[in-house]
Ligand binder design. Sequence first.
Ligand code: C5P
Length: 408
Amino acid sequence: MTGKRILLIIGGGISAYKCLDLIRRLRERGASVRTVMTASAGQFITPLAVGAISGDRVFTDLFDREDEHDVGHIRLSREADLIVIAPATASLLARMAGGLADDLATAVLLASDKPILAAPAMNPRMWLNPATQRNVATLQADGVRFVGPNSGEMAEKGEAGPGRMAEPLEIVAAVAAMLAGAAAPGPLAGRHVLVTSGPTREPIDPVRYIANRSSGKQGQAIARAAAELGARVTLVTGPVSLPDPRDVDVVHVETALEMLAAVEAALPADIGIFAAAVADWRVAKAAGQKIKKDKAAGAPALTFVENPDILRTVAARGPSRPALVIGFAAETENVVELGKRKRKAKGCDWIVANDVSAAGGAMGGDRNTVHLITAGGVESWPAMDKAEVARRLLLRAANHLLQTQVAV
Ligand code: C5P
């Protein structure tokens, strides 16, 4: 770390006291540490102590005439190789996620294009709150890296759970990895993610089939994003005209029955995401030979039988079920209401509901407008690229596994 310039933003939490040790450890390794303290950080440790340990002046005020004149918030972020936020409180994360710049710390962060590492610390209930999780997912999607929080006893008596700030040496290790340009292990490292995608083809005879308009774009984007976040990924896909995504085990199938068999063979998985547009019915008895056009017999009558529901089957598997089962609900009207009903009917944990009416343009297009329906409620996401939907969904899923403490 010799010669590297770290800007440490200290938030207002009890674990701010650990920052003194963190500064020492970073300086021991040759880094210079400049510090910004939020107003509430000053309730826990003093600028005097921070300045004494960092060997530099401490910046606290966006409107301090002297500070702004000498250095200023833009220079503070420009003159750093990396920004560390420790402790990153729920409020600081929320203001960052919202793009606020209402004090020196947030103004520096908003003005920065430098790598940012956040070490969250807060009460477990604040960490687990959907608002905080939403903010963390947004920040991760914006490229902010996280170290911790760890689980364990909290400063409040009798409180335990995820929310303890990572230890100074863990933060130093994360800083070192980021400075070295090493990809930190993704949030899905060690997890197996199973994705279904694309349409199914249900044969009528050896040359004819029934299918649907699914392009497989959203499912493939999910598989790709899961791999990018470090997961081992199995993609079970119906016929699509897209190249196989890299770093993903791809299993090609045609029919719903083949898809179910491939899914069962790929289990166990930590996360199952069922984005395929599986045909609800198949022709009861596909003809062994091409059906001939016979004027006298007229058009053939097709008899259908129901296909297995892959999502429902997997969600009902009991102990061998993935810890998180996510289904899709493609609807052309009443999207949220039907999505909520589908979540219950299918027995899955989350439903990603989207409007596939022609006006929405989701079917075959590159963008999607989705609502994430969980046991906790409905979140409506703005329209975004399918890749972005995929990334956000998987970051949420990674956090969910972290919260529910399913160990890798
Ligand atoms: O019932 P519907 O097709 O609207 O449900 C959509 C969800 O169920 C999707 O996640 C889809 O992949 C899944 N599904 C399935 N097997 C079926 C039908 C739907 O896995 N036979």
